[in-house]
Design a protein around this ligand. Sequence first.
Ligand code: ADP
Length: 407
Amino acid sequence: MKILVLNCGSSSVKFQYIETDLEKIDRNQDRLLARGLVEKVGTQEAVASCQAGERASRDVGVDLPDHRAAIAKVISMLQSTGVLADPGEIEAVGHRVVHGGDFQTSQLITPQVLKKVEDAVELAPLHNPHNLKGYTVCRELFPDRAQVAVFDTAFHQTMPARAYLYALPYDYFRRHRIRRYGFHGTSHRYVAYRFRQLAERSKEETNLITCHLGNGCSITAILHGRSVDTSMGFTPLEGLVMGTRPGDLDPAIVLHLMAKFEMSPHEVSTLLNRHSGLVGISGESNDMRLVLESARQGHERARRAVESFCYRIRKYIGAYTAVLGQVHALIFTGGIGENAPRIRELSCEGLSWLGYELDRTKNEKAVGVEAEISISSSRTCIYAIPTNEELLIARDTYRTIEGIEPV
Ligand code: ADP
């Protein structure tokens, strides 16, 4: 099945065109036909690029006033790079949707599903409205094609109440849906599946801790294939230290900032979402490459940023080891997890007594590739596995349409 995967943000459309089916999934041989990005949507200076095998298309300064124009541009780039003769060849569309409320799995978008996703807009006001624009446009462009929503939150719906409840008065959960949801579920699920495929292990015999370290960072405890705890919460602010977000924080700090500096909710939100984390501590950048380089050159705040980042990961690895009891593998993924051996090293430092022993040489070599990076006698094996959320969205789209259980 040929599937267009769309990830629509406020001013961008990321896309991949993927061919998949059951046999290809089993053999990990799905075909990436094309991928690309449209940026600065809503301006007259949009930038659109598409790579299809050897053929590429790139346009700078295009007038793309809205997502409709942007998606039309995606289709025309797929045609001009030769992967699509006719738009009718697209058999289905898979959408990344950040918040799926209480949906546990990906969903064929029907009016009832759409209503529930719209209900979840209040839980993810910065993301869901844009994700839904992709659906609305595709419904017009391909009225007879199935469209599937793949949610970042769905994988974590298996968390038990003790993990997802905040210890607030119960009505805030019951009436206002204030609870931990967790995000990055598509990535955690993808690397968990890929590990089981590589290690030839079944879901039932595998417990994992998966660390997604990108601009946003989260860590998940997976028991027999089901998420039982994850570090992000009601929003993606909770948990690990991130590029621009602080992760776990005493909520009284927010009250203090509002009382003492008369900061508005909007100002506090900007502080917590844009100016904290790596960039906040280092004062330099949210890009881990730059922060690591500064730390190496002896910049004190950059060093502290790296240490805080890794220390928080270590704490969560310890906590999730306690949650799971027995852990078969610890997996690093995301831009940092896949490419930064130093961060993996510091995140596992001092954890050998818990069963996590990195192999220095293997770790150094594993950059952007799938690799086992622990010593052979490590009680828990450690892996780096590049994530592939778009591929998982394509596979889920296929499975949902065919009525096949997700893995
Ligand atoms: P997103 O969460 O936006 O998808 P990514 O998963 O691409 O982000 O991760 C972005 C992060 O990965 C950035 O902090 C970037 O500095 C970091 N990164 C990418 N390559 C490297 C590298 N070689 N070494 C260290 N960090 C890296």
